[in-house]
Design a protein around this ligand. Structure first.
Ligand code: SAH
Ligand code: SF4
Ligand code: F3S
Length: 438
């Protein structure tokens, strides 16, 4: 008689680092405990929610989802809360959701096999060093390999909870990163995405003695890997975007010409209060340098509105940066006070109504700019790598510079095609295959 493998359902909230942690959680469970993955929570023996704590909304979502999972779970199925909210709230989670079996923080992924065996266990230390931990291999996307190059964050941006949930910044030895990238390519990946809260401070601290290497050098080394077609990274910090890095970004053909440069605010006064370490002028200088050096580069950003002390004229400066840089992609958020951060204690709060209005103004300017940017792409040719969309019917893909494309004629999944942009639908460009390129 064969015994059935236990099944795990994983729900990931939050950023790409959480996505990578979910891959590691699953790989550990599969390799060491024989788990299979399921996309149906009701048939799972283990339900994991990998949480985000960056704003209040994802935290509220966690507790509503937990309640729903508790209702549909199989008898004796376990529920584990992982990730950043696990780190931030620890055992307080049991008080709000007593049916939770264990809590596993963002810096404790390797403890998953211990956690499932110890009811009510809580692993939330941020001192625990996972920078050289050999996780079992695994990824959820066939073609795209997420690879951590550093964990934690040494910055202390006043609004941000990440340093509290992910601990001190530690770079992962370059040899491990290269091996991981090589293995990924051998098993079919065409693209690697290098992850860190601050990718361009790579190399400032390793957990054990290591040769001197910085982010531009790491990029060059990774680009030597045969068969690897595309390198992406997220996210660089504006403060550390220097000319040497930009030279590599511009010149290395494997590096995709899209860069996320988180602005947060266009006002130097607010940037100072946020402890971002740069001024509006520095930010503009760097972003416009990207425009000048790489003609087809796209730039994305994050903006927070309603940070304590933000006056109308400060907010106008964020709009001004938008007008000058013309971001191709923009994520905007209302300031959300987070426990454990300096900004949570700041006075001079902005009224919610005012913050909502500002958010709306950012959205409307962005929408207008995005339409203009997309219109300007029609008729141009792009190199697009094709994947199957979630509905498993349409093909979609990203251009080198991160435009989304949909619906092609004469093209297949898993191929690079040269396409001409012929239209726009639901925020994506519609491409027509011109010829296969690689
Ligand atoms: N390391 C990344 C940020 C990770 S958090 C960086 O430095 O860019 C992702 C984004 O969430 C941030 O860029 C910021 O715009 C937003 N964010 C973080 N904390 C926030 C808070 N307390 N309220 C609102 N938005 C926040
Ligand atoms: Fe948070 Fe700032 Fe670190 Fe980004 S750089 S993770 S915003 S503290
Ligand atoms: Fe990522 Fe959210 Fe944690 S953005 S680092 S999962 S708080």
């Amino acid at each position: 008689m064969t015994t059935l493998s236990p099944k795990v359902f994983i729900k990931t909230l939050g950023c790409a680092m959480n996505e990578r942690d979910s891959e590691h959680l699953f790989a550990e469970l599969r390799e060491k405990e024989g788990y299979e993955r399921t996309d149906r929570a009701e048939e799972a023996d283990l339900i994991l929610i990998n949480t985000c704590s960056v704003r209040e909304r994802p935290v509220a979502k966690l507790f509503s989802e937990l309640g729903a999972f508790n209702l549909i779970r199989k008898e004796r199925a376990k529920i584990g809360v992982c990730g950043c909210t696990a780190s931030a709230l620890g055992e307080k989670i049991f008080a709000r959701a007593p049916y939770v079996d264990f809590v596993l923080g963002a810096r404790n992924v390797s403890k998953i096999t211990e956690a499932i065996k110890n009811s009510r266990s809580v692993f939330t230390g941020t001192g625990y060093d996972e920078s050289e931990f050999a996780f079992a291999e695994g990824r959820f996307n066939k073609y795209r390999a997420l690879i951590n190059i550093s964990i934690g964050c040494d910055k202390q941006c006043a609004y941000c909870i990440v340093p509290a949930t992910r601990g001190k910044e530690i770079s992962i030895p370059s040899k491990l990163i290269l091996n991981e990238a090589k293995k990924a390519v051998e098993s079919g990946a065409v693209e690697v995405v290098l992850l860190g809260q601050n990718v361009n401070s790579y190399g400032s601290r390793f957990s054990s003695p290591h040769k001197k290497i910085d982010f531009p050098e790491l990029l060059e080394e990774i680009s030597q890997i045969d068969g690897l077609k595309r390198i992406r990274f997220q996210s660089p910090h504006p403060l550390h975007i220097d000319d040497r890095f930009l030279r590599v970004f511009a010149d290395n053909p494997k590096i995709c010409k899209h860069i996320h440069i988180p602005l947060q605010s266009g006002s130097t006064k607010i940037l100072r209060a946020m402890r971002r370490g740069y001024t509006k002028e520095w930010y503009l200088d760097r972003a416009l340098k990207v425009r000048e050096m790489v003609k087809d580069a796209t730039i994305s950003t994050d903006i927070i509105v309603g940070f304590p002390g933000e006056r109308e004229e400060d907010f106008e400066e964020s709009l001004d940066v938008m007008r000058q840089v013309k971001f191709e992609q923009l994520f905007s958020f209302k300031f959300s006070p987070r426990e454990l951060t300096a900004a949570a204690l700041m006075g001079d709060r902005v009224e919610d109504k005012t913050a909502s209005k500002r958010l709306w103004r950012i959205h409307s300017l962005y929408k207008k700019q995005l339409n203009e940017a997309m219109d300007a792409q029609i008729g141009k040719e792009f190199d697009v790598f094709l994947e199957l969309a979630d509905d498993r019917k349409t093909l979609y893909g990203k251009s080198h510079n991160f435009y989304s494309f949909r619906i092609f004629n004469g093209a297949k999944e898993g191929e690079f095609v040269k396409v001409r942009a012929v239209g726009i639908k639901n925020g994506a460009l519609i491409g027509e295959a011109v010829e296969q390129t690689r």
